[in-house]
Design a protein around this ligand. Structure first.
Ligand code: KG4
Ligand code: ZN
Length: 360
């Protein structure tokens, strides 16, 4: 038996600077330095601020990850780095850092697609067999992927505008709730009446697995303005009812589209049918419960990796690099940073490009 590969992973495609050391499927260290505070005043990620912060933090994160793992650069088999898609200044910072380390050590360099990192996480955490269905739902991504190999992804649907996390964040802002919006809308929704306001279920009357969330935010804005015009402001009960109605609409759309995606996936007769989720929105209790119920009804295993590995991190990049390297993939100093990099080369381009950069 060959020894498992040990890789350093580097991630800097959005607003988290991260480094990790992974051996086989064992996460030896995973360090994530977020930038939420730096962007808080701007209502979204500012690419120039993000890139500058990555440059400042990357070497510290790498040092910290190596120290936590108890290994030195000499113990590694390679260096994996996110080479796209994402905010180009950030991706470039990571790629330059990885190239410098590879040049200095002679270690192989592996460029990884950030979305592949998310999509392969169920194999890192649970050694799930191919093919499985992946639902990526975060502030930056929303797509269904049938994952059939480390380099074999079929995108069967996704958002055509905002990602759900983005919709939660914008809605929280409209309702005067704190950021990040997902957890605060979910908390407010707990005591709310989801039926008081009627929100649309966009694209549910159309076939397929594509989704749209930007209209929901507009509907919320209108409903809020009606209440404000009527009463002069929002009470906590209004906030709760608006949150509950909004969350119910997003949940309904995600669950129905997942039901359709599962049907397409199950046509492939997978030996161990599995739906896995990744992304911060997977933390939402209502969405999680809906997906759990749907999978139970269809005889499909439901897998939600721990949140620290569902949200942006470098362990997933190191692991994707391990699968690529084991299959013989290598990059060199010509590796370039890509703002867009669709996982499924045959799928039509995604339209959405929200506050966190390109969706695919
Ligand atoms: O995966 P993630 O940490 O970062 C990227 O988007 O890259 O996801 C963050 C997103 C935010 O938009 C946040 O509002 C959303 O995930 N989120 C939630 C919940 N927790 C985080 N959305 C709904 N319900 C939650 N409980
Ligand atoms: Zn991500």
């Amino acid at each position: 038996m060959t020894a498992p590969l040990t890789l350093l992973g580097i991630e800097s495609s959005c607003d988290d600077t991260a480094a990790a050391v992974v051996r086989g499927t064992q996460v030896l260290a995973s360090v994530v330095a977020g930038q939420t505070d730096l962007h808080a005043a701007f209502g979204g990620v500012v690419p120039e601020i993000a890139a500058r912060a990555h440059v400042e933090k990357l070497d510290l994160c790498v040092e910290e990850a190596l120290a936590q793992s108890g290994l030195s650069l000499a113990d590694l088999d390679g260096i994996a780095v996110t080479a796209g898609p994402g905010l180009i200044g950030g991706v470039l910072s990571g790629v330059m850092c990885a190239k410098g380390l590879a040049a200095a050590t002679g270690l192989p360099l592996i460029g990884v697609n950030h979305l592949a990192g998310h999509a392969l996480t169920p194999r890192l955490t649970d050694q799930v067999a191919y093919p499985y269905l992946m639902l990526l739902v975060s502030g930056g991504h929303c797509q269904f992927l049938i994952v059939s190999g480390h380099d074999d992804f079929t995108r069967i649907g996704g958002t055509i505008d905002d990602a759900p996390g983005e919709a939660f964040d914008k809605s929280a802002r409209l309702l005067g709730l704190p950021q990040p919006g997902g957890p605060s809308v979910e908390a407010a929704a707990k005591t709310g009446d989801p039926k008081r306001f009627s929100f649309p279920r966009p694209l549910l009357n159309q076939p397929g697995c594509d989704m749209s969330f930007s209209g929901l935010k507009t509907a919320l804005l209108r409903a809020r303005d009606d209440v404000v015009a009527d009463k002069g402001g929002l009470t906590p009960a209004d906030q709760a009812d608006l949150s509950a109605g909004f969350q119910a609409a997003i949940t309904d759309v995600l669950i129905e589209k997942t039901r359709r995606a599962l049907a397409l996936y199950l046509e492939r007769a997978p030996a161990t049918p599995t739906l896995a989720v990744a992304g911060g929105v997977a933390a939402n209790g209502a969405i999680r419960d809906g997906l759990t119920g749907l999978c139970a009804a269809q005889g499909v295993a439901f897998l939600a990796p721990p949140l620290r590995l569902c949200t942006d991190n470098a362990a997933m990049i190191a692991y994707a690099g391990i699968e690529q390297m084991a299959a013989g993939a290598r990059d060199d100093m010509t590796l370039s940073a890509r703002p867009r990099w669709p996982l499924d080369k045959d799928a039509a381009p995604m339209l959405g490009s929200g506050k966190k950069g390109a969706k695919a």
